[in-house]
Design a protein around this ligand. Structure first.
Ligand code: GLN
Length: 303
């Protein structure tokens, strides 16, 4: 498949949408990003790289990090993990509090913020140096040491993270997290502040396209675990827009409010896009459109 040609077509097709959407205002540091950026990187099952636009620029991966933390926690706990967090789409915004109250503190899934905090709590309990060990895990996936937390973004989020602090305290009141609230939040804000390029993301997520093995043949998850996390990305990866993403794109994936999206075509490719302007659900406008064009143009989706 000549993805380079397809990327040229996608670039044309995106033109009518370049002024749509808004940069996330929820984290002050993120609002400083150039809104006109756009990049895409695809890694296929033969190890070929296809890149377009600003695909080699670092950006804040935010909620995309929730898939890395879940993968590592899944390694530790296996299926027992689902006693602490569910696997159902929430149908609510990523930072919603309402569902937690009537579901007695068990988050619907690991990709809403409450769920990701429970996963962070599991990692803190299982890792010797949680932030350092988690960073090393992501570096192993990406096959590069050049991946870092952005301390200013983590701090910026901490300063305005009243809703996340509310969620973490709420979870603690139900006994859903075992470690100190401040420690869980600090880990969570750091994981969200990780900066990566589209290329690094496409490479790091390759194990989801490759039955649990990285490009360098390191086993991260079993085949069955890989299938299950792909299913979760499909049903919960875009919050209350997961149905729309499945309908229009037809791939498992995960978004972040830094404007990144990762999507997987199991056994075929992993692809990352970056466009900082978001729609009202917090998903990248250009990224969603680009992936819709990609699966339409290639006539390849999982369905
Ligand atoms: N750090 C962000 C938050 O907790 C992540 C949200 C996202 O990317 N959807 O609000």
């Amino acid at each position: 498949m000549n993805y380079n040609q397809i990327f040229e077509k996608i670039d044309d097709a995106l033109k009518p949408f370049v002024s749509d959407g808004k940069i996330s205002a929820s984290i002050p540091e993120l609002a400083m990003v150039d809104p006109t950026k756009f990049g895409i990187h695809l890694l296929d099952n033969r190890g070929n790289d296809y890149a377009f636009g600003n695909s080699d620029e670092k950006f804040s991966i935010q909620s995309i990090s929730k898939v890395f933390s879940l993968s590592l926690a899944f390694q530790f706990m296996g299926e027992q993990i689902w006693q602490r967090v569910g696997v159902e789409p929430s149908g609510n915004p990523f930072n919603s509090l309402v569902q937690l109250e009537y579901e007695k503190g068990k988050p619907r899934n690991p990709f809403i913020n409450a769920g990701a905090m429970v996963i962070a709590d599991i990692l803190i309990s299982n890792l010797e140096n949680p932030k350092e060990d988690f960073l090393n895990f992501v570096r192993k996936l990406a096959h590069t040491e050049n991946i870092h937390y952005n301390e200013s973004v983590a701090l910026s989020e901490k300063k305005v993270g009243f809703r996340n602090a509310a969620l973490a305290n709420f979870l603690k009141s139900f006994g859903s997290i075992y470690n100190e609230v401040d420690i869980v939040l600090d880990f969570y804000f750091h994981q969200c502040s990780l900066e990566m390029t589209c290329k690094e993301l496409a490479h790091s997520f390759y194990y989801f396209a490759n039955e649990g093995f990285t490009k360098e043949r390191i086993k991260i998850l079993t085949q069955s675990q890989t299938k299950r996390l792909n299913a979760l990305m499909q049903t919960c990866g875009f919050y209350d827009e997961s149905g729309e993403f499945a309908y229009k794109v037809g791939l498992p994936g995960k978004s972040g409010i830094g404007g990144g999206i990762i999507a997987i075509h199991p056994k075929n490719y992993s692809v990352a896009t970056w466009g900082p302007k978001l729609n009202e659900k917090g998903n990248s406008v250009l990224g969603m459109k680009a992936l819709e064009f990609l699966t339409t143009e290639t006539q390849m989706s999982i369905f």
